[in-house]
Design a protein around this ligand. Structure first.
Ligand SMILES: NC(=O)c1ccc[n+]([C@@H]2O[C@H](COP(=O)([O-])OP(=O)(O)OC[C@H]3O[C@@H](n4cnc5c(N)ncnc54)[C@H](OP(=O)(O)O)[C@@H]3O)[C@@H](O)[C@H]2O)c1
Length: 211
């Protein structure tokens, strides 16, 4: 499958590495794609780079891995028409990072997941991979077994596809509901972020314990 990932930083590269390991073709997208030259040359023949528009056009699956308060801007730069009919995996968290602990921006009705879906009315946005650090995206190793990946979105088939990606990456997917619940996943990310700041490391992931 061709995967277009909008983003040039840690999250984009970690997801790219997982998709490349799973045998997919990956294009990373940036407003300044030349910054990805060495990533392309280190990542093999299935890796490429492009502008946001080229990357969204390339992807059969498109991933949003940009700064969480800038994702709608990134979508507009990429051109919403380049996402039409596609599944869009949204890993963003809309964080204000000016000082101290990051603060979550938005709420119910104005979460990044909802704003991204609104900007992409012809596509199927699925929020996933936003509640864990990128170092653990692919084949996470935790003593308690495979951790859980919460996801939400409005389209059942799209959620099945993203769930299959989660399983291939070593996660147990949990479908939380529709895209209107994105705020809860973004707020869950804050629990991960706050406990990482206070605990002094990012080596943690969520798992629901059930009887
Ligand atoms: N860090 C983690 O482990 C982690 C885990 C889960 C989820 N997340 C979320 O994943 C997303 C990516 O995180 P990150 O740490 O890899 O990178 P980041 O520093 O949050 O974002 C970098 C990306 O955002 C793009 N960007 C910045 N300003 C922009 C603007 N005005 N318009 C369009 N694009 C813009 C940059 O594009 P250019 O390439 O053009 O500069 C770059 O690709 C964030 O939403 C974050 O909250 C992070």
């Amino acid at each position: 499958m061709k995967v277009g990932i909008l983003g040039s930083s840690d999250v984009a590269k970690s997801l790219a590495s997982g998709f490349l390991n799973e045998g997919h073709q990956v294009m990373l997208g940036s407003r300044a794609p030349e910054k990805l030259t060495s990533w392309v040359s280190e990542s093999g023949n299935s890796a490429s780079r492009g502008t946001f528009a080229e990357t969204a056009r390339f992807g059969e699956l498109v991933v949003l891995a940009v700064h969480g308060t800038k994702s709608v801007e990134a979508i507009q730069t990429a051109g919403a028409e380049n996402f039409k009919g596609k599944v869009v995996m949204d890993a963003t968290n809309p964080l204000e990072m000016s000082e101290g602990l990051p603060k979550l921006v938005g709420g119910l009705g104005s979460s990044a997941g909802e704003l991204n879906q609104k900007a992409l009315s012809g596509a199927f946005v699925i929020k996933a991979f936003n509640t864990v650090g990128n170092a653990h995206f692919y084949k996470p190793q935790f003593a308690g077994g495979p951790p859980d990946m919460f996801l939400c979105g409005d389209d059942g088939k799209a959620k099945e596809q993203v769930s299959a990606i989660c399983r291939a990456f070593g996660w147990n997917p949990i479908d939380v509901g529709g895209i209107a619940l994105s705020h809860y996943l973004e707020a869950t990310a804050m629990i991960w972020i706050i406990t990482a700041f206070t605990g002094g490391h990012w080596n943690q992931a969520f798992k629901l314990l059930r009887k």
